[in-house]
Design a protein around this ligand. Structure first.
Ligand code: AZC
Length: 841
């Protein structure tokens, strides 16, 4: 490539090439240049917003230089790339992360200080990039960080929503949703107006034979929309490797608006067309673990998948390799079933556009894709109505039917005469209307299927995908236990703890090899160390207490036990059990003598999380938490012994303040319902203990840190089915302590009793599907053990140190290496020493 450019020109380009800043002076120069030129301001009107903008642009320029080099290196090396397709990337803030990953935070801190700013104030100017709902979206973000840090040639592909997850406000105890218009100013994205893909919808399929007698299917008519690429650089930690997250934005195909309609006087509808096109990428669907089957959502999925595959195929075709080599160059991971249409789209490209035979094409497809399942909840398993798909994607539906036909034929061969099996595993559900079962399509279209924690991966094999294990054999199904990036969730969120660990383990190496944390075990009884450890926890609690004071007005005592449950509000996650437990505690304290009260550890129960706007039960739980808080926090008889806090608008940047401040956090889902959980890992990594059920990754956390260091309770997954059956068909006696809690709610202690009847009657009258009553006693008892254990601070601290020391397994670096080896078959491509001069250290 280089040889095609004449030497003098090449020399000129080399001479003037962009050089990333390294020194404080060069950083300041860049900031001032951006303030004075890009932002058209000066030192006299540079407020914190402008300083954030300029400092971010300085880092962005730096990242993009490394980004370019990384892409060039990967193109030259011509190695296999990974494409991570996710409808959600819950990135949070980028500035602090960029400074830390590049290793120039101190440079920026001093530089900004010389220009008159405090770095914390500048960091807090940034609006979270909240393009996700919860665990699934944040996992994708952690994976991007790990893939870049480990030098994997990897791209993320997603949608550039104009509105991310809504902002939550609490008004009179109720959740109110406010749109999150986050793109006003976003220095981290690069619009690529030159990378535009036409995406087709609707229309029909014409089938005919060409001059060679080949059967041709042509998708014709319908409407076109344009997909425009926006690139976001993803800096690796302590490496120049900078990967790309490419987000697609929708635009009307005919430019500004339809000139034909405009000229014929139909101005309004020409604008409407344009708006309709832009609607596709306008808003993130705010449901977590719930499928609603809306047409616009299917449009989003196809729009994103088609644009991404066009891009991937175009890149492959440049290499001029044979199609059979596609899976040697490309691995595509489906983050849940949302991108499953990609399998169908690749098959369509190969047979309809590239002229491959069906079998040859399908072999390429299945070798290319891997599918990650994130849930067994039936309400979250995606299905699309056949009529809807027929209308929107007529050719794809034909191909799905054909995939299904060949698949069912192979099942028939393996299990002759088993009609019931055919009905059970068919990709098409024979319902009214018929439905496409996306998980089944994803399994059939992939070479590997994985769950996200051991229990979960076992459950999918024995329950929802049981038949498929028989059909494909057990080797197609595997486990990759989730992880989190220690860069954001330790180093960035808890800088003092990170520093202390570094001082004892020989530097920041643990951020790249989290097993190094093991070296902390020898300090678990070290007095000096424990003192510092405890001081850091206390300081983090003080920081959260301040946040609570400014956002809710409630004063909490930082010496109290901080008990935190932050995550999406869901019946299966059982925030209702937590708040019932809080009410039980309130009643218990009320009945205590002064002597007894003195012995009790004061507690602050902290909740946070969003409810999907249409999820009535979840909203009712939020309402109850707030009303209990209003009552308890103002009860002079209770004082500091109990405070109940609901933190508004839980998001990634708030999680960075909340996570380091826990004494215990709650991960109390009904056994068998939470696929993994990832905040459980974050809390333990930050020196908090957890109270939890034997569910998801809690089980592996227990195995790693030891059962003395975790508070487990409740029924096991294997017993859930029988218990549910007994509720519905046997006699169902409820826990007496829980009934007392219900009486108190019904008496109006927490406001209008009727408002909460749905919560109590789900348990009393509707079979208690989530086993709140079955687990309540064991929950209360275990909370009492927590109270007891907390009194012995010395032992408690030892437990937290040992736990942190044993958390190495839960780094997302470990997961990514497992995916790379087991599923993707890709190798890292490390930059050669001295190849880039950009690193700050
Ligand atoms: C979540 C799971 O509920 C959570 O347990 C897991 O840790 C996370 O994915 C990452 O794997 N699932 C979702 O957010 N959404 C869906 C559709 O499963």
């Amino acid at each position: 490539v280089e040889a095609s450019i004449p030497e003098p020109q090449r020399a000129a380009w080399k001479k003037f090439q962009a050089t990333p800043f390294v020194t404080k002076e060069d950083f300041e120069k860049e900031v001032v240049r951006h303030v004075e030129t890009t932002l058209a301001r000066s030192m006299f009107n540079c407020d914190e917003t402008a300083a954030y903008a300029a400092a971010s642009l300085a880092f962005r320029d730096r990242l993009i230089t490394e980004w370019n080099r990384t892409q060039q290196r990967q193109t030259f090396a011509d190695t296999k790339r990974v494409y991570y397709l996710s409808l959600e990337f819950l990135m949070g803030r980028a500035f602090d992360n960029a400074m830390l990953n590049v290793g120039l935070k101190n440079v920026a801190k001093e530089g900004l200080s010389e220009l008159g700013f405090r770095i914390e104030d500048i960091i807090s100017q940034e609006h979270d990039a909240a393009l996700g709902n919860g665990g699934l979206g944040r996992l994708a973000a952690c994976f991007l960080d790990s893939m870049a840090s480990l030098n994997y040639p990897a791209w993320g592909y997603g949608l550039r929503y104009r509105y991310g997850i809504f902002k939550q406000e609490i008004v009179d105890g109720y959740q109110v949703e406010v749109p999150d218009y986050w793109l006003d100013f976003n220095p981290w994205e690069f619009p690529r107006h030159d990378i535009v893909v036409d995406i087709q919808f609707y229309g029909g399929v014409r089938k005919y034979q060409d001059e060679h007698g080949r059967n041709i299917a042509k998708w014709e008519g319908g409407e076109m929309v344009k997909a425009v690429a926006y690139d976001v650089p993803i800096p690796g930690y302590d490496t120049p490797s900078t990967n790309n997250m490419r987000l697609w934005s929708s635009k009307a195909a005919s430019g500004e608006f339809d000139f034909q309609k405009f000229n014929s006087g139909d101005y309004e509808s020409s604008v409407a067309d344009q708006q309709r096109a832009e609607t596709i990428s306008a808003v993130l669907y705010p449901n977590d673990n719930l499928d609603r089957g809306k047409e616009l959502r299917l449009k989003q999925q196809y729009f994103w998948v088609a644009a991404s595959l066009y891009d991937i195929v175009r890149r492959f075709k440049k290499s001029k390799r044979a199609w059979s080599e596609f899976p040697d160059q490309v691995a595509i991971q489906l983050n849940d079933t949302h991108p499953t249409l990609a399998t169908v789209e690749l098959q369509r490209i190969l047979i309809d556009l590239e002229g491959l035979e069906w079998d040859e094409a399908w072999t390429i497809v299945t070798k290319t894709f891997g599918y990650t399942n994130h849930t067994v909840l039936p309400e979250a398993l995606e299905k699309w109505s056949v009529p809807l798909m027929q209308n929107l994607l007529p050719r794809h539906l034909q191909i799905i039917y054909e995939i299904n036909m060949y698949f069912l034929q192979s099942v028939e061969r393996k299990f002759p005469g088993d009609r019931e099996m055919l009905g059970r595993v068919s990709i098409i559900e024979e319902s009214q209307p018929k439905m496409v079962r996306m998980a089944y399509l994803a399994i059939v279209g992939s070479h590997k299927v994985n769950g996200v924690a051991e229990l979960h991966s076992d459950l999918i094999k024995t329950t929802i995908f049981k038949d498929f294990v028989k059909i494909f054999g057990p080797d197609k199904f595997t486990n990759v236990t989730n992880g989190i990036t220690p860069r954001r969730w330790l180093h960035q969120a808890n800088p003092r703890l990170s520093e202390l660990i570094a001082s004892k383990t020989g530097g920041l190496g643990f951020l790249k090899d989290l097993n190094i944390l093991n070296e902390l075990e020898k300090f678990a009884d070290d007095k000096e160390f424990k003192k510092e450890w405890a001081e850091i926890k206390y300081a983090n609690k003080v920081r959260l207490a301040k946040h609570i004071k400014t956002t809710t007005g409630v004063t909490v005592n930082p010496s109290a036990l901080f008990d935190i449950q932050v995550k999406r509000i869901h019946e299966y996650k059982r925030q209702q059990m937590n708040i019932f437990g809080v009410i039980h505690r309130y009643l218990t304290i009320k009945a205590m003598t002064a002597e007894e009260r003195k012995k009790l550890a004061p507690r602050v129960s902290i909740f946070g999380g969003k409810a999907a706007p249409g999820y009535w039960m979840a909203k009712t739980i939020i309402h109850l938490i707030n009303n209990v808080g209003a009552k308890v926090n103002n009860d002079p008889d209770i004082g500091d012994l109990l405070k109940v806090i609901f933190l508004e608008d839980y998001n990634v940047s708030k999680a960075e303040i909340i996570t380091p401040a826990s004494d215990v956090s709650e991960h109390i889902s009904t056994a068998g319902t939470e696929a993994s959980g990832t905040s459980n890992m974050k809390f333990v990594l930050n020196g908090g203990l957890i109270i939890g059920t034997c569910d998801g990754a809690n089980i592996e956390i227990t195995r790693e840190i030891g059962e003395n260091n975790i508070f487990l309770f409740g029924n096991l997954a294997e017993d859930v089915e029988d218990l549910r059956h007994a509720h519905n068909y046997g006699s169902h006696t409820l826990d007496p302590d829980l009934l007392k809690v219900f009486e108190t709610i019904k008496s109006g202690t927490f406001g209008d009793a009727g408002a909460f009847s749905a919560l109590t009657s789900a348990i009393e009258d509707h079979g208690d599907y989530y086993l709140v009553s079955d687990d309540f006693h064991s929950y209360i008892q275990t909370q009492a053990l927590v109270d007891e254990a907390y009194k012995n601070q010395d032992e408690w601290i030892t437990k937290t140190i040992l736990s942190v020391a044993r958390m190495g397994f839960f780094s997302s670096d470990r997961c990514i290496n497992e995916y790379a080896e087991m599923i993707w078959n890709v190798e890292p491509l490390a930059p050669e020493k001295g190849e880039t001069d950009g690193l700050g250290k």
